[in-house]
Each structure stands twice: as C-alpha cells, then as structure tokens.
Design a protein around this ligand. Structure first.
Ligand SMILES: NC(=O)c1ccc[n+]([C@@H]2O[C@H](COP(=O)([O-])OP(=O)(O)OC[C@H]3O[C@@H](n4cnc5c(N)ncnc54)[C@H](OP(=O)(O)O)[C@@H]3O)[C@@H](O)[C@H]2O)c1
Length: 265
C-alpha cells in the first residue's frame, strides 16, 4: 500500500514515525510532499522516504493520502489535486476544524474520506486520536485508520458533532497540560528545588497520574481522596485548589478552544 503525506510538517512526521516504527509501512511505501525544501530534505534523511514538492505528481501514485497542511491552505492544496482523486483512494484529513462536508466539497465525489484529530503526543507514541467517517464508510478504512494512528497511541471513533470538544481537549490539550506542569515547576523552584529536578519530578508525576487513573479507572474525586490523608500535606494543598477558580478557568479554556474550532469550520 502506498501512503502519501500532503504536507510534511511536525504532525506528518509524528504519524510517519509511528507507522515506520510499528512496521505498518516501510519507507519505500511512503512519499512525502511539501513546499519546504528543508522539510523534504529532513524527511529523506531521517526516514529514507521518497519526497516531492509536486502534489500532482504524488497523488496519483498513492492509495492513502494524509492531508497534513495547515487549515488555512487546504482549499488551495485540494483545489490543485481534486481532479486526480479516484474512488480507490482514501483521503485522511488531520486539519483542525475542517468538517467532512467541507472536505467532500473540496475533494469531489471520488475519494473515500476520513476526518481525524490527533495530537502532538503522537511524537512519543502516546498520542490521542479521534476520527469520524461518512455514513457509508468502509470497515476496512476504519481498521486502517485505527492501525495508522494506533501505531502512535490511542484511537477512538466519535460522531463528528463532538469534534470541537475533541479539538479543545485532546488536540490542544498538550499545551494546557504543559502550562499546568510549568506552574508546578515554578512552584517547586520557589521551594528551592533545582530547575532540572523540578522538571523531572513534575513530568513524571503528570505521566504517572495519567497512567494510574487510566489503569485503575478510578473516579477522579476518589483518586484525589486516596492521595489525601486527613490533615496531611496533599489535603493542605488541595484546600487551596478547592477554594480557587482553577477548575472554572480550565472549563473556560476548553470552551474558548472549542469556540475557535467552530469558527475555523
Ligand atoms: N500541531 C498540532 O498539535 C496539531 C494537532 C492536531 C491537528 N493538527 C493539524 O495538523 C495539520 C498540520 O499541522 P502541523 O503542526 O504539522 O503544521 P506544520 O508543521 O506547519 O506542517 C505543515 C507543512 O505543510 C507545508 N505546506 C504548506 N503549503 C503546502 C502545499 N501547498 N503543499 C504541500 N505542503 C505545504 C508547510 O510548509 P511551510 O512551512 O513552508 O508553509 C509545512 O511544512 C494542521 O491542519 C493542524 O490543524 C495539528
């Protein structure tokens, strides 16, 4: 099977890297296309894949086309290749905010379509990817999407109506979690910890907490309760959080990101 990346920036690279590491594809089954000569040189030297600056040259030779350019240039990019698509091809868009209906208009009637919202944690194979497909989608396409993105993390099929929320939570979420982590590091430095130690402690605490919650399936409140001993240190810290507006601010953060996703579409 031949995979083509239409746009070969940081997300395309994260997806490609997972596909190669999991041996879902070999380098000779991949073509990377980009307008940036620097990106093409990087994709060639780091992953030994074929490259081209010409989308019209790449598209006819691919079974699966992963559309990984910025949302602002999608119309221009698809406009140039739309007449080349066939019904044997699957177009997978990772563009934030671009709906299946819009993609169908831009791609024409021929190719099969999938809309995907991955996140940057694909880079370390701990990504979260949600996808949706049209009503008449083929199960073999579903399975392929689960394999492509499952090679770099978890995958979930969801109704498209949830995609603004998905974009806010897991798409933009790594930035929000990094912000919180940064605040924990700053607080630890004020307590006298060296910067490097504070980073490591904070990072491992965030990673471990996520895994522990996921593996136990515990309710978040119960989990917090299990860490808090009566009148202990965690409870002293939690009282500050419970009396603050951090919870409300995070809800507003997600609402703003979801609103922006709606505007983009
Ligand atoms: N970054 C995230 O966390 C994230 C998460 C979820 C979804 N996404 C989605 O992923 C997509 C890609 O994001 P990204 O962060 O990977 O962006 P990126 O690093 O900027 O990659 C996009 C690449 O496409 C190239 N390009 C521009 N016009 C092109 C054209 N006409 N033909 C071929 N290539 C072209 C760009 O080159 P130039 O730089 O020279 O313009 C750039 O190398 C976006 O649609 C975004 O919404 C991103």
């Amino acid at each position: 099977m031949k995979f083509g990346f239409l746009g070969s920036g940081q997300m395309a690279e994260a997806i490609l890297s997972g596909m190669l590491q999991s041996e879902l594809a070999s380098p000779d089954e991949v073509i990377a296309c980009d307008t940036s000569a620097r990106r093409l040189e990087h994709m060639r030297s780091a992953y030994a894949v074929a490259t081209t600056a010409c989308a019209t040259e790449m598209v006819p030779s691919c079974d699966v086309i992963i559309l990984a350019v910025k949302p602002q240039v999608i119309e221009e990019v698809l406009g140039a290749v739309r007449d080349l698509f066939t019904e044997e091809q699957l177009v997978v868009s990772i563009a934030a905010g671009k709906k299946l209906e819009f993609l169908r208009q831009q791609c024409g009637t021929q190719p099969r379509l999938c809309r995907v919202m991955p996140n940057l944690a694909l880079m370390v194979r701990e990504g979260m990817t949600a996808f949706c497909m049209e009503d008449d989608a083929l199960n073999e396409d579903r399975e392929l999407i689960a394999q492509i993105f499952g090679s770099s993390g978890a995958v979930l099929e969801l109704d498209e109506q949830h995609f603004d929320a998905v974009t806010a939570l897991s798409g933009s979420g790594p930035a929000f979690v990094a912000y919180l982590l940064g605040a924990l590091v700053d607080g630890a430095i004020k307590l006298g910890l060296p910067h490097e130690a504070a980073r490591l402690l904070a990072e491992q605490t965030v990673i471990g907490t996520g895994i522990a919650l996921q593996e136990s399936g515990d309710n978040v409140g119960d989990f917090i309760g299990a860490v808090c001993s009566p009148q202990g240190t965690t409870e002293a810290g939690m009282k500050v959080l419970w009396n603050s507006d951090v919870h409300e601010s995070l809800e507003k953060t997600l609402a703003a990101a979801a609103r922006r996703s709606r505007e983009l579409s």
